[in-house]
Design a protein around this ligand. Structure first.
Ligand code: MCA
Ligand code: AMP
Length: 505
């Protein structure tokens, strides 16, 4: 019986008492202990009636048990659907219904509210708290520490990750075992990970970066992780001396640079710092090297594709670029109008093809067809150019997207909420530069004739329905929105007008 993803990431360590997770309180969890927890969880899932291919949605705090739930799903052939812990019940309701999740695992504190959603949908509900307790853990306690791994092939689905869209409706990106496995193996080789690596893990584990890049790469290499609940500068400074590598979003690096404790001595032993999920400013790259002697390795990926390009481990890590296509990944720059490749060096839409590219959007064949060509090339929605040495430069986005501290935010979702508020005729949501988060959200509101919308009420409405990281940091009332001759709102004009709101001048 084989299960390619389980065998490569987990199964081969089942008997090893080698350290896997170093926790900030000093406890160490071995590979074997971790996998025993995963096996017990897998029994709970199977006993609850989850069959291979069924979906399990999880909104749980980062913990070894939360990670074991991912391993359990892979072992039982269940499709894992991790969800941002910031999502509100309104947001969760859509994901549970759309995915048809058979089981939702949540924090115990949210169980009563979620039951009102899962019950009508016929989904089961269990809890898993940040300290590893909860009804899932209770049910697992009496289960055997081994589980007969369910047979899967590389084409079988391993995970759904929801990514917001330009229409405001999130899309479930279907990722197969082969998608995840091929990328993990490629990155292990390219970034030279091995069993001696200790990764400082301070990312959330509900997105590609923290789960499929950081965790899968460490597991595929047989290494270990210092597993921090979140990015806390004090903890990061304390743990860096014990790590060999760190992965983070640009905000991690700007926050580290703002801290005088980041010195060359502190990180001299480190072998790798990786950045991704949002553009790393060339200034940050340069400043980090000047302070520490390390050149951050920037890479580029997406939920739908995992990682596509990376600066080289050994060659030149070029600031302001996202490097070269990874082995096995084909990249081309095409014209939006014709879909044909542009002249070398010209700017166009970035398209990628390879074993990393997802299987399509769950129950959205039209959207899949619009972005995933018959030829297998995926249209990323990013704009870029390839320089003479083959390095990819991302120069913009062909999609209306804001990236704040590494989280993607689609303005349409917020505009739909603002437009529905009393006294509002229409709205436009833009991203403006922010010195900590890279970009942040600003909402422009046009009132209905003769009305004065209540901004505090509007803030309450956005708080009730949208995750905190999506909340506009400024709501500005304007008479009208600038439009082009086609009647389309000119967001570039709005961005230019408000570009200095959150950066010190
Ligand atoms: C927290 N807040 C945010 C964000 N995070 N607001 C906007 N954008 C954010 N990213 C809210 C908090 O709720 C809080 O609200 C206030 O902002 C300030 O919180 P703070 O304590 O400063 O934030 P934090 O808890 O320290 O978090 C910031 C963070 C975190 C460490 C940058 O957002 C983070 O870990 N980001 C990583 C995201 C990530 O993993 N992205 C990968 C996606 P209040 O003060 O009102 O309570 S995968 C991906 O993009 C692709 C595939 C790829 O290439 O990797
Ligand atoms: P997501 O949809 O959350 O997977 O985010 C993917 C998007 O993040 C990409 O389409 C890019 O716009 C952006 N992104 C990821 N890595 C980088 C990077 N290194 N530089 C610039 N943008 C990036």
């Amino acid at each position: 019986m084989t299960n390619p993803l389980y065998d490569a990431l987990f199964g081969r360590y089942a008997d090893r008492s080698t350290p896997f997770l170093y926790m900030p309180d000093g406890t160490v969890l071995s590979h074997a202990d971790f996998l025993a927890t995963a096996a017990r969880f897998a029994h709970v899932l199977t006993d609850a009636g989850l069959a291979p291919g069924d979906r399990l949605a999880a909104q749980v705090d980062k913990s070894p048990e939360a990670l074991a739930l991912y391993a359990a799903c892979v072992q039982a052939g269940v499709v894992f659907l991790p969800l941002n812990t910031a999502y509100t019940t309104d947001e969760l309701s859509y994901f549970i219904e759309d995915s048809g999740a058979k089981l939702m695992v949540c924090d115990g504190a949210d169980a009563a509210a979620l039951k009102r959603i899962t019950d009508p949908l016929g989904a089961l509900l269990m809890s898993l708290n940040g300290d590893g307790t909860g009804t899932l853990a209770d049910a697992a306690a009496s289960k055997p520490a081994t589980y007969s791994t369910v047979q899967r092939s590389e084409d079988d689905l391993a995970a759904f990750l929801y990514t917001s869209g330009t229409t405001g409706r999130s899309k479930g990106a279907m990722l197969s075992q082969g998608n995840l496995l091929s990328n993990a193996k490629t990155l292990v080789t390219c970034w030279k990970f091995d069993a001696s690596d200790v990764l400082l893990h301070a990312l959330p584990i509900f997105h590609t970066h923290g789960l499929f890049v950081a965790t899968n790469v460490t597991l595929a290499a047989g290494g270990s992780m210092i597993f921090l609940p979140k990015f806390d500068p004090d903890q990061v400074m304390a743990q860096l001396p014990k790590a060999t590598a760190m992965m983070g979003v640009p905000t991690f690096y700007t926050r580290l640079l703002a801290d005088p404790r980041l010195t060359r001595d502190l990180v001299e032993h480190m072998r790798l710092f990786v950045s991704g999920s949002a553009p790393l400013l060339a200034d940050t790259h340069i400043e980090f090297e000047a302070r520490t002697g390390h050149r951050i390795l920037e890479r580029y990926g997406m939920t739908e594709t995992n990682m596509n390009t990376s600066n080289p481990y050994d060659g030149e890590r070029r600031a302001g670029t996202v490097g070269l296509p990874l082995p096995g990944v084909e990249l081309r720059i095409t014209s939006r109008a014709t879909g044909e490749p542009v002249a070398p060096g010209d700017v166009g839409q970035i398209e990628v093809r390879g074993p990393n590219v997802f299987k399509g959007y769950w129950k959205m064949p039209e959207k899949t067809a619009a972005e995933l060509r018959d030829t297998g090339f995926f249209i990323t929605g990013d704009l870029g150019k390839v320089d003479d040495d083959g390095y990819l430069h991302i120069v913009g986005r062909d999609k209306d997207l804001i990236i704040s501290g590494g989280y993607n935010i689609y303005p349409k979702e917020i505009e739909l909420v603002l437009d529905a508020q009393p006294g509002v005729l229409e709205s436009a949501v833009i991203g403006v530069p922010h010195d900590d988060f890279g970009e942040t959200v600003v909402g422009l509101i046009v009132p209905l004739a003769g009305e004065t919308p209540d901004i505090e009420d509007i803030k309450s409405a956005t708080s009730a329905s949208l995750a905190k990281f999506k909340h506009p940091r400024a709501l500005i009332v304007v008479d009208e929105l600038p439009r082009n001759t086609m009647g389309k709102v000119q967001k570039a004009v709005l961005r230019a007008a408000h570009k200095d709101l959150f950066v010190p001048t």
